[in-house]
Ligand binder design. Structure first.
Ligand SMILES: [Zn+2]
Length: 219
C-alpha cells in the first residue's frame, strides 16, 4: 500500500472518530445489534423499573399463539434492597409493570420484614418462573402467566444462609419463619391484584402466586 493511500485512510478514520464525517457516509458495522422497538408506555415503565435500582434487560416482544404473548417484558436478575442487591432466580420473562411492583414488594415488603422478623436481610428471592403459555388450571381461561403478568415465588434465601421456603415454612417453619411468610404474603396483597398461597389450595402449597390484575383477591 502506498504511503499516500495509507495517510488518506488514517485521516478518514481520525475524522470519523471525532465525528467530522457525516453519519450517512459511515458504514454501520455488520454485527451492530438492532435496537428493540419499544412503545412509549413500555419505555416509561422501563425508566421506572430502572429507578427502583433493579438489574434487568428488555426483551423483544413474542407471540406464541392465542392468548399467549410477552410484550414489554424484561429479564430481571436483581432488585434493590435497603442495603444491597437481592438476586432473583429462575424468573424468566416478566411484563415490565409486574416487575416494577415485584421490585417494590421485594424491597419494602420482603427485605425489611426479613430484617425485622428474622434478623437478616434477604440475599435472593427464589421463583418458579413467570411466563408459561397455559390456562388457569381446570378452566378455559388463559392464566396471567400466559402474558407474563404473574410471578410464582417459592422461597427466600437470607444473607446469613438460611433458606425459608413456602413449602417447608408456611405450616412447619419456626414461629418467626411462619410470621415472616404471612407478613410477606400480606404485603403482596397490598401491592398485587391477586395473591394466592398455601391457604388458597393445594396447588399453591409450595409458592405464592403474585399477579397484577384481579382487583384484590388475597388468599
Ligand atoms: Zn402462578
Amino acid at each position: 500500500m502506498c504511503a499516500r493511500k495509507l495517510l488518506l485512510i488514517l485521516a478518514t478514520a481520525a475524522l470519523a472518530a471525532c465525528g467530522a464525517v457525516p453519519e450517512s457516509s459511515r458504514r454501520a458495522p455488520q454485527s451492530a445489534p438492532r435496537p428493540l422497538a419499544v412503545n412509549p408506555d413500555t419505555q416509561m415503565c422501563l425508566a421506572g423499573l430502572n429507578d427502583t435500582g433493579s438489574r434487568f434487560s428488555a426483551l423483544p416482544d413474542r407471540f406464541d399463539g392465542p392468548g399467549c404473548a410477552v410484550t414489554g417484558a424484561v429479564q430481571l436478575s436483581a432488585v434493590r434492597g435497603d442495603q444491597s442487591q437481592l438476586g432473583v432466580s429462575n424468573i424468566g420473562a416478566v411484563q415490565c409493570r409486574t416487575a416494577q411492583v415485584f421490585a417494590e414488594w421485594a424491597r419494602f415488603g420482603v427485605d425489611r420484614a426479613a430484617r425485622q422478623i428474622l434478623g437478616s436481610p434477604i440475599a435472593r428471592i427464589e421463583t418458579m418462573g413467570s411466563y408459561t403459555c397455559r390456562n388457569v388450571a381446570g378452566t378455559e381461561r388463559r392464566s396471567a402467566h400466559a402474558t407474563a403478568e404473574a410471578i410464582d415465588v417459592a422461597g427466600f434465601v437470607l444473607a446469613d444462609g438460611r433458606r425459608i421456603s413456602v413449602l417447608g415454612g408456611w405450616a412447619d417453619g419456626s414461629r418467626e419463619e411462619r410470621e415472616f411468610l404471612r407478613v410477606v404474603h400480606a404485603s403482596a396483597c397490598k401491592r398485587f391484584g391477586t395473591v394466592l398461597g398455601p391457604q388458597y389450595n393445594a396447588a399453591h402449597r409450595d409458592h405464592l402466586h403474585l399477579e397484577i390484575g384481579g382487583g384484590g383477591f388475597c388468599r
